[in-house]
Design a protein around this ligand. Structure first.
Ligand SMILES: OCN(O)CCCc1ccccc1
Ligand code: NI
Length: 187
C-alpha cells in the first residue's frame, strides 16, 4: 500500500519534470498503480486508517509525487454535504488533457496545500473556473468530462503536477491574496 514514505517532497527533481504519456492499451503495471493511488486517497480520508498509517488527507494524487514520471492522476473527492454519500469524483485519469476551459477564473478562499509540500504557502491559487478534460480511464476507455468549482480546481492541481508545476507557482508574489475582481473566490 502507498504511504507518506512513498511521497516525494519539494526539492526532488521529479516534481519539476514533465511526465511522460503512458502507452495505450494500459499496461497491467499502470492499471495497478492507478488502483493503488486511488486506494491511498480513500485510506487517507478514513480517520482510522489515516491515523494508523499516518496518512495526510488527500483528494488528489499525481504519479510524479511517487517519483513515477508518468501522466497518471487519481481523484477521490468526497461529497461533504451528505454523510455517507457517494464521492463527487472517484477516478483515475491516464494522459489527462484540458481540451477547453472557461475564460472565468476561480480560486479557493483558503488557498491550496500539497502532499509534497510540508509547509503552508498562503495565497490565492488562480485557476480556470470550468474545464473540459479528455483522458483514458482505468478500463482503457476514452472519456471527456467537464468539471467546475472545487473539482475543477483539484483536477488542475493534479494535471499541473504532470507538467512540473507546483500550486504556489500561481500565487502572486507581491500580493498573495490579490485576485482580479472577476475571479470567483470559492468558500
Ligand atoms: O497533488 C495532490 N496533493 O498534493 C494533495 C492536495 C490536493 C489539493 C489540495 C487543495 C486544492 C487542490 C488540490
Ligand atoms: Ni499536490
Amino acid at each position: 500500500m502507498i504511504t507518506m514514505n512513498d511521497v516525494i517532497r519539494e526539492g526532488h527533481p521529479t516534481l519539476r519534470a514533465v511526465a511522460k504519456e503512458v502507452p495505450i492499451p494500459l499496461s497491467d503495471e499502470d492499471v495497478a498503480l492507478g488502483k493503488d493511488m486511488l486506494q491511498f486517497l480513500k485510506n487517507s480520508q478514513d480517520p482510522e486508517l489515516a491515523e494508523k498509517y499516518k496518512l495526510r488527507g488527500g483528494v488528489g494524487l499525481a504519479a510524479p509525487q511517487l517519483d513515477v514520471s508518468k501522466r497518471i492522476i487519481a481523484l477521490e473527492i468526497p461529497n461533504t454535504e451528505t454523510e455517507g454519500a457517494d464521492p463527487i469524483l472517484s477516478t483515475v485519469m491516464y494522459n489527462p488533457k484540458i481540451v477547453s476551459h472557461s475564460v472565468q477564473q476561480a480560486c479557493l478562499d483558503e488557498g491550496e496545500g500539497c502532499l509534497s509540500v510540508d509547509r503552508p504557502v498562503p495565497g490565492y491559487v488562480i485557476r480556470q473556473a470550468r474545464i473540459t478534460v479528455r483522458y483514458t480511464d482505468i478500463n482503457g476507455d476514452t472519456q471527456k468530462a467537464r468539471f467546475k468549482n472545487y473539482t475543477a480546481i483539484v483536477v488542475q492541481h493534479e494535471i499541473d503536477h504532470l507538467n512540473g508545476i507546483m500550486f504556489y507557482d500561481h500565487i502572486n508574489e507581491k500580493n498573495p491574496f490579490f485576485a482580479p475582481e472577476d475571479v470567483l473566490i470559492l468558500g
